[in-house]
Design a protein around this ligand. Sequence first.
Ligand code: UD1
Ligand code: UDP
Length: 359
Amino acid sequence: MHILTIIGARPQFIKVAVLSRYIRNNPQLGVKETIVHTGQHYDQNMSDIFFTEMDIPQPHYNLHIGSGSHGKMTGLMLEKIEALLLELKPDAVLVYGDTNSTLAGALAASKLHIPVAHVEAGLRSYMMVMPEEQNRRLTDHLSTWLFCPTDTAIDNLKKEGIISTGGLPSADNKTVCKTGDIMYDASLYYRQKNIPLQIPSNFILLTIHRAENTDDPVRLKSIVNAVNSLSESKFLFPVHPRTKKILTEHGLDFGKHVTLIDPVGYLEMLKYEEACVAVLTDSGGVQKEAFFFQKPCITMRDTTEWVELVSSGWNTLTGADTGKIISAIGNIHTPENYPQLYGDGHTAEKIMKVLLCQY
Ligand code: UD1
Ligand code: UDP
């Protein structure tokens, strides 16, 4: 089976690391993987560092799309991916998550009747203004194999009429299955790796990059005000390039209790997640990783796709409201129960089994 995998943004490098390693470690499966990097993320610390430190094979192709408006980026990707698919004729196209690279890969493949496998299918925020919600909904509807991390994701798909139908795999004959979360596999494997690092103590790990927070000056200022008011806490803040640019444009500064650093590699990020007292974030992946390390998480969003983190008490949603963020940090506590929400760490194996037995 020849699988062509499309990746392009930071969280996708972390996800592909797991599945690609599984394919490489199991040559008896007879799977050939071609990795295509769209170039959506391109800075050394947003892209290359992950390939080097996580032993991800260098992409066979880099489309060098770079940054731009949603339409321009997605359109350029679509054109280039289509040309590659026509040349390479893979048996399936595999996409991860909900970025513009995900949608471009799924759309290019399905227009050519190449079946699409979507890892992290079925997640919903029920906010169609989010670029990610548009990307994931469209991708799910175009996909043949929908690999869901949770029962909630399966239920979300059911509500949209997406269920397993059986029959020869195609965009109309779908397979929906629960596999657990591939980011859990990643965190279990890579947390064992040691790197030389001076880790601060007693700090809150902060990340901000969601469009709804960074593109709205009112929300962004409200978040900055909350963090600046919490001057009795220490924060460590690896700053996404999008956020860095916008903070500079608006002249927004943080107090001395906030240490701003450039984006870090995954191994370093895991060490900070392990060492922190809590996480304050608007990231999808970081919300889950806080839970993997049994750290309370405060999420600066109005909704989350990872609803089970909220119902189990591990995650508190505050939106961008200054008062709610301050009060949530003041109420940080660790719930007593730690449910097994995201599978058993064998997501990659489950995905490959389904793909191979149906192919
Ligand atoms: C993208 C995804 C988002 C995901 C995030 C992971 C979409 C619509 N959004 O958001 O779902 O959570 O990646 O981090 O696909 N930039 C650089 N260097 C880089 C990459 C980006 O400077 O290597 C800057 C550019 O100014 C660019 C901006 O960041 O315009 C935004 O990048 P983009 O890929 O469009 O969106 P993200 O916010 O990274
Ligand atoms: N991450 C990282 N370095 C950083 C910030 C995040 O390696 O400086 C990792 C983080 O551990 C998680 C992933 O990037 O695995 C999350 O990506 P991001 O927050 O950019 O996107 P999202 O998950 O919201 O789509």
